[in-house]
Design a protein around this ligand. Structure first.
Ligand SMILES: [Zn+2]
Length: 77
């Protein structure tokens, strides 16, 4: 594998991209650990930062016959 300086700098950039991807991957790992909201109907888990809007969207999309509070009791008013 030959190559001039141009190719070398490209490789360095690609290496940096790899590092960034790995950093994002570890963020996903910590997000998985932060799962704390669970739909009581289908037992799907959501990260604790999931907004009420997203929970309602899930309930309406997946369980149109069920009340939102049946899926996510913490949303009860
Ligand atoms: Zn569900």
């Amino acid at each position: 594998m030959g190559g001039g300086n141009g190719q070398k700098s490209k490789t360095a950039r690609e290496r940096n991209l790899e590092k960034q991807k790995q950093a994002k991957g570890s963020q996903l790992e910590s997000n998985k650990k932060a799962m704390s909201i669970q739909c009581k109907v289908c037992m799907q888990t959501f990260i604790c930062t999931t907004t009420e809007v997203k929970c309602r969207e899930h309930a309406e999309a997946k369980h149109p016959k069920s009340d939102v509070s049946a899926c996510f009791p913490h949303l009860k008013k």
